[in-house]
Design a binder for this molecule. Structure first.
Ligand code: PFF
Length: 471
């Protein structure tokens, strides 16, 4: 990022930003956190969060990036002074943490993609039937259990990370723009097709009511868990709270209408997540899985293999689906490694390929324990979405809302024109209500994570250590 380039094409920025936003967050993470949050109750809080917090927050990252034309750490220092270097360091750390497990999950998608070439999903599942009957679980869940850890997972994590490092090291942006151009319509088409098919399933009605008709009493009773979970998912899926959007907007010309671009990115991202739910929940209920929250990290794999085992030509669809999601994951992973790499290039003057390889290598190692046991996935993911992203967003709101607010509205107006009262409304929304919501969310997130670390349940860290005989 030493010399300031701008985007190669007018749509380059949108494509890269959509490419970063649309990824495992939408297709892997969204359905299982929605399941854990009780379905429709979670969906409603999440959608509200996207609109009320996500949209103003993406604009904050955009104006910071375009105004300072710097990497996130440089941008924070320019606006807030030297002490903000530490907040910048947290951004970089967050990128490390996310990418480490993101790569393992992306590896699972490649694994399932390869599986589609080998044999039909139906015969794959048949191979797990005996164990499944014994355990009283669907074969697809047993298959996921087998593939998600161990040598398989390790190998595909290695492959995915090597691809990500290679692309970032070579700085191939054009290729990514093209990939995103193909990937986004492909994902939408596939999901729409699957959603239509899921509609025809016998128990689809139960799936829809679980996913779409919220019970307000559930929200009132569970807001302590729902709020941080929805916030974490919103930031994660929009790639907010760690500087990706700052970085991408830093290459942007002043003629772009930031609010229109923000709305486009959010529209695609939210649309794809919502569609995924329309596929997953009807399939779940039709496969007799009544507690979608129990699926955890395997939810999408279990529901999709069940589906691909049943539909005619399922393994072709499977290859297309898992393959496209792997590409979506790649464009997000690139944005993560790019932020970290660009920072090292900028601040330490290291060559691009060395920076990408060095940083990528450390991230890769950090991901290895996840391939051993999924407790490490919960550990990293919980830290990221419960604390780090919300913390990053909170600090940005403080910086832009209170410490250096002068440039913000002016910057937003470039490419749009005089915003009048709307500009003032935006900055005041950032200053008070949004900041308050974020602080409350952060406190809840920290408490939730503390519980994860200390709880005696084997799904929580302390309980897991006991279970393994370490304590
Ligand atoms: N937004 C990506 C997804 O939904 O898969 C994940 C992500 C990318 C999060 C980049 C954060 C980030 F900075």
């Amino acid at each position: 990022m030493a010399e300031r380039e701008t985007w190669a094409t007018r749509t380059g920025f949108i494509l890269a930003a959509v490419g970063s936003a649309v990824g495992l967050g939408n297709i892997w993470r969204f359905p299982f956190v929605t399941g854990e949050g009780g379905g429709a109750a979670f969906l409603l809080v999440y959608l509200l969060f996207i609109l009320v917090v996500g949209f103003p927050a993406i604009l904050v990252e955009f104006v910071v990036g375009r105004h300072t034309e710097r990497n996130p750490v440089g941008a924070l220092i320019e606006l807030g002074g030297g002490a903000w270097k530490f907040i910048g360091a947290i951004f970089i750390m967050t990128g490390f943490a996310i990418l480490s497990y993101y790569s393992v999950v992306a590896g699972w998608f490649i694994r399932y993609f390869v599986e589609g070439f080998r044999d039909s999903y139906a015969s794959q599942l048949a191979g797990y039937e005996d164990i499944a009957a014994e355990a009283g679980e669907p074969s697809a869940a047993i298959m996921f259990g087998e593939l998600s850890t161990g040598l398989d997972a390790f190998f595909f994590h290695t492959l995915f990370m090597a691809l990500t490092i290679g692309i970032v090291a070579l700085g191939i942006r054009r290729g990514i723009e093209l990939a995103v151009k193909v990937m986004v319509p492909a994902i939408i088409l596939l999901l729409v097709g699957m959603a239509v098919w899921a509609f025809t399933l016998p128990e689809s009605g139960a799936g829809y009511s679980y996913y779409l008709s919220p019970d307000f009493a559930v929200i009132a009773d569970n807001w302590v868990e729902l709020l941080p979970a929805a916030a974490g998912q919103a930031f994660f899926t929009l790639s907010l709270g760690m500087g990706v959007m700052i970085t991408y907007a830093s290459y942007l010309g002043e003629d772009r209408n930031l609010s229109k671009d923000g709305a486009t990115i959010i529209g695609f991202d939210t649309g794809i997540a919502f569609l995924t739910g329309l596929v997953v929940f009807p399939i779940f209920f039709s496969a007799g899985i009544q507690e979608p929250g129990d699926g955890g990290a395997g939810a999408i794999f279990v529901s999709m293999t069940e589906a691909f085992a049943t539909v005619p030509g399922g393994h072709i669809l499977g290859v297309l689906f898992f393959g496209t999601v792997a590409i979506a994951a790649l464009s997000s992973a690139i944005s993560l490694l790019e932020v970290v790499t660009a920072y090292v290039i900028d601040e330490k003057g290291v060559e691009r390929w060395k920076a990408a390889l060095g940083m990528g290598g450390v991230i890769y190692l950090l991901g290895v324990p996840v391939t051993y046991d999924l407790i490490f996935l919960d550990m990293l993911d919980g830290l990221v979405e419960g604390i780090l992203l919300v913390f990053g967003a909170t600090m940005l709101m403080i910086l832009v809302g209170w410490i250096a607010p002068k440039f913000a509205v002016q910057e937003l107006e470039k490419g749009i024109g005089d915003l009048g009262g709307l500009g003032t409304a935006w900055i005041w929304a950032v200053r008070v209500p949004l900041l308050l919501v974020l602080v409350v969310t952060l406190v809840l997130g920290v408490l939730g994570y503390y519980e994860f670390l200390t709880g005696t349940d084997p799904d929580q860290l302390y309980g897991w250590l006991q279970d393994q005989g370490y304590l």
